[in-house]
Design a protein around this ligand. Sequence first.
Ligand code: ADP
Length: 306
Amino acid sequence: MIEVKNITKSYGKTQAVRGISFSIKDGECFGLLGPNGAGKSTTINMLSMLFPPNAGQITIGGIDVAKANGEVKSMLGIVPQEIALYEKFTAWENILFWGSIYGVKGKALNDKAEQLLKWVGLFDRRKDLVKDYSGGMKRRINIACALLHSPKVLLLDEPTVGVDPQSRNLIFELIQQLNKEGMTIIYTTHYMEEAEKLCDRIGIIDNGLIIAQGTLDELKKQSEVNDMIIVDCTQTPDEKMLAEKLKTTVSVHENRLSILSEDSKKDLTRIVTTCTDAGYEITRIDIQKANLESVFLKMTGKQLRD
Ligand code: ADP
């Protein structure tokens, strides 16, 4: 369905995307997971045909995007990171406006707008001005707008940023439902829980490159991580000293230590002794099975939120 081959994009001297390749099958939910500034929005904006890559090729539905006219655009539903709604208009007016942009008109537009507003749970609020909506409600309208022309592919760029937990769960349910009905989804996030929950396959992106991609199980296997031990201390530990002493990947964020371990049962005593010998007072220890956070740490030496 979607083939991305070695695309690059620079803004002046900043190389935002430095040669990214991936492919997405029909009906798949593909996640791009990476920290802020990794190049997620730049990648998704190129897929959305907002601007072309400097080099490389994108094909969607077998069509080279660089040579395409309207036929690829009509396949895509786009939910950009910045909410694209007119605050001084009602939700209904916004929906009709976006429908006209996508070339949906008349009764077809009215019927679809009603169906989508009901689906996102905001039909009763359709006459309210968007400026009075919460972040989560605006995002739900934004998703409805992207679906008015019944696209085959939905691209969502960090759709849960600035969204309350209730809307967040609803957005997950909506995306899962669309995906079950066969829609291909591309979803960017810096929250590993979201990628784990929603995505069939995940591309881990850092510093303009995809450093690993696959299913969650494949990624865990590739990284050879078994456990991550989280240690909270009363002061900020010395990352370099602990990494040298423990001979493994260690990352410090404020007073929290994240330590990769092949076998936490074996390593735990040694970790506690090393920390206490260094004069750190431990307030909490948590052992997690390998997850996307530990995979990211293993591959980059840093935490997703860094
Ligand atoms: P992400 O979506 O993962 O947070 P972005 O694609 O937004 O990452 O940004 C990748 C890099 O490109 C960052 O270093 C960012 O500062 C830079 N960048 C993004 N957009 C622009 C722009 N319009 N002008 C200049 N630099 C940009």
